[in-house]
Design a protein around this ligand. Structure first.
Ligand SMILES: [Zn+2]
Length: 251
């Protein structure tokens, strides 16, 4: 776990370069965002927390994809929140999420998987640095990034990555529009000094601006029917998603 801002720790799992974020709060309580990804990863996280004298006071899932709605017994029984839309989608799509989970990261306690409470309002209720939620529908319905104004920290969920281009919610009625609105909402946050993508590497203020520009550039190219010159389009699975997104734009 690396301390990327005072009291903000990020761990990175081997699978998909998936990040887990922990924000330290009052009296040993902490906010745990998107704990991931294997059973062993979650056990290591619980071990690290107890070695630091931390226990989860609240959990947050940024969006209703299987690798962002995990939990384990050892993390305790804190309330786990998501946006109301994400909580609803996670409940409705549970069978599909469970089968994706079983395929990619077997062995998790299904009783704890994707059990999310809808967050009333825009602030995560916990005793720690203010954590406000930026809700939008880019990438997934009810995507909720967490912004920590006092730390300048943005936990972006599956956006603003150095290794993944924008991945649209292809089931949406307006995937490109949704993505632009979500990215615009993140870009307009004042004072982002550190960005944590759901997959990829932590970036500073300049890197955040660079990624936002690269992501808008990607959307511009794809919507205009051009092949973007984007070095992130290296891996096979990402190229496949990219091909789907180009086909959608063309249709
Ligand atoms: Zn995702």
């Amino acid at each position: 776990m690396d301390e990327v801002a005072p009291g903000v720790f990020v761990g990175t799992a081997e699978i998909y370069t998936t990040t887990t974020t922990v924000v330290a709060g009052a009296d040993g309580g902490c906010l745990v965002i998107d704990p991931a990804v294997t059973v062993a990863d979650l056990a290591a996280l619980a071990g690290w927390l107890s070695s630091r004298g931390l226990r989860p006071a609240a959990g947050w899932s940024t969006h209703p994809h299987w690798d962002h709605v995990l939990w384990s017994r050892d993390l305790g029984d804190a309330a786990r929140y998501a946006t109301p839309r994400a909580a609803e989608v996670a409940a409705r799509e549970r069978p599909a999420l469970v089968s994706e989970l079983r395929e990619a990261a077997p062995g998790h306690d299904l009783a704890l998987f994707a059990r999310l409470a809808p967050l009333p309002g825009q602030e995560i209720p916990w005793r720690g640095p203010r954590a406000t939620v930026v809700a939008h529908d880019a990438h997934a319905p009810g995507h909720g990034a967490v912004y920590l104004p006092a730390r300048g920290g943005l936990v972006a969920g599956d956006m603003c990555s150095d290794i993944e281009t924008p991945l649209l919610d292809l089931a949406s009625a307006d995937p490109f529009g949704d993505y632009r609105r979500g990215l615009g909402a993140l870009a307009s946050l004042p004072g982002v000094r550190v960005v944590v993508p759901g997959h990829g590497h932590v970036g500073d203020r300049r890197e955040f601006r660079r990624r936002v520009a690269a992501d808008f550039g990607y959307l511009d190219a794809v919507e205009a029917g051009r092949e973007p010159e984007d070095p992130r389009l290296a891996e096979g699975w990402l190229r496949e998603e990219h091909t789907r997104q180009r086909a959608l734009a063309a249709s």
